[in-house]
Design a binder for this molecule. Structure first.
Ligand SMILES: [Zn+2]
Length: 142
């Protein structure tokens, strides 16, 4: 057998698995968008944060600011997730879905089932999560 030339596409996922993942990703994106939509509506309905009238209310105001910051963080988190789902759908189209973006190896079916939009195999993910390693491979790739 001849060695496989560099760049040859390796089948990392069967077509039926890819279809199933694509279906899941579409469903996930729909749900995330619905959650986001609901959050934006709820925030629009929420009372704006007023100024504390006396010192005793400062704590309430601080709590309200905290709640608002939490909401912003949650919304950002959902936006990030939608972005990841869309990136995964693009990888399906390019035929690289299921391949680790760091080491190039297969990500593995059980991990793909657990996190259908993951970019990395478990080993790489764990390494990337160590402080100081990760930063922005994601941005470099995008
Ligand atoms: Zn890897």
């Amino acid at each position: 057998m001849r060695p496989r030339p560099a760049g040859t596409r390796v089948i990392i996922m069967r077509a039926c698995d890819t279809r199933r993942h694509r279906h899941r990703l579409h469903g996930l994106r729909r749900r995330l968008r619905a959650v986001l939509h609901r959050m934006v509506q709820e925030e629009a309905l929420a009372d704006p944060i007023g100024f504390a009238e006396d010192v005793g209310e400062l704590c309430d105001a601080a709590a309200a600011v905290q709640t608002q910051e939490d909401a912003v963080l949650r919304r950002q988190c959902i936006l990030d997730e939608i972005h990841e789902v869309e990136a995964a759908l693009e990888r399906i189209q390019r035929g690289t879905y299921g391949r680790c973006e760091r080491c190039g190896g297969p990500i593995g079916q059980s991990r793909m089932r657990a996190v259908p939009f993951t970019r990395f195999c478990l080993g790489c993910e764990q390494e990337l999560e160590r402080p100081g390693v990760s930063e922005r491979i994601v941005e470099a790739a995008g």
